[in-house]
Design a protein around this ligand. Sequence first.
Ligand SMILES: Nc1ncnc2c1ncn2[C@@H]1O[C@H](COP(=O)(O)OP(=O)(O)O)[C@@H](O)[C@H]1O
Ligand SMILES: [Mg+2]
Length: 382
Amino acid sequence: MASKKISMKDLDELALTAADVLAQVREAMIEPHPRKVSPTFTSPAIAELCRVDKTQIKYLTQKHSLPAGNRMEGSKAKDYTLEDAITWIQTVGNRPTRPSGQLGKVIAVCNYKGGVAKTSTTVAMAQAATLRGLKVLCVDCDGQGTATQLLGISPEQDVEIGHTIMPYIHDQQPDFRYAVQTTYWHNLSMIPASSGLLAAEFALPAKAMSQRGFPFWEVLKNGIAPLREEFDLILIDTSPSLSYLTLNAMYAADGLIMPCPPDALDFASSVQFWGIFSELIENLPSAKDKSYDFVSVVFTKVQQNEISRIVKEWMKQAYGAHINGVEIPESNAAKTAAAQLKTIYDLSKPDGSAEAYRRYKEPLDRLADFILDQLAIAWSKS
Ligand SMILES: Nc1ncnc2c1ncn2[C@@H]1O[C@H](COP(=O)(O)OP(=O)(O)O)[C@@H](O)[C@H]1O
Ligand SMILES: [Mg+2]
């Protein structure tokens, strides 16, 4: 039997039906903005975040007039809102802060490939940085909008092109300040993305063609510049490609993080990525003098097997000191959280095995500590 040809109209219908089903799934499964709710914290969790002994909580509450938490129903225990937790951390957490007169730092999270945990890492680091007292902005530069979605904003339903970085790319805005939105997460703002971001891949080269010498790689850096006054840390999530936007994100950044599973093909593609990036940069006037505070390759989705151990060794040889000491395991806790469009930091308590939760969250916490250390070093130098 001859199979029926599939016309563009069929594909159009397929896209509409699929979008409809996805909207229903979202409605049923997740809590879109503004319903996504931030986690609460127990007293021991507050003590851990502030790195004080839990027996000191009562004393510190009085000494610094800190939020005392809300008594949990049917229990003597208290829980604290995210905002309370951040007040605690900022008052007694003794974490590095941005010295006055210093600008916020920009970190781009990048890798040629999809599925390597770029977005999971970006959003988790954004949340974890607020839990270390920082004011954070997450810029979604991937038209897929996964970071946008994780931060409680539905790219297809809630984001118009005017909410993204595009008006600035089209010269309709002086910088990115118009696009900053608060999220359900205290001290974490974002610039959302939608599929309309694809237009940047045409707009930027078109401008480079029509205006001789136009620095098409500096557009994001310039758009972000004024936001470095307001935010301590700006994290940029990029698409799985070395697109014009990704190049811009990497050029705007003070530090680069490349999440990469220790898998032979992922390793090979990461090598290609660095090769293309340096070749591109070398050919851009003004970009040659670019330098980074740090460039760090983080093992993600690490499986406990021999192949993974071998590839890790290759990668350590290839990237030397740029390999981050932190390894993020392949984890069911990550999958369970992601299935609800959450990160591990969205959960007030383990959802499933406490051990799996700890095994996944602990290295993410250490990665956040690494980032904070890098910021403190950079701030102390500049
Ligand atoms: N440590 C992990 N263990 C298991 N699954 C993970 C882990 N980190 C991320 N994932 C899952 O892998 C998929 C890709 O992650 P994502 O962060 O979207 O990658 P990218 O942004 O690089 O495409 C998602 O389904 C995510 O939930
Ligand atoms: Mg992604």
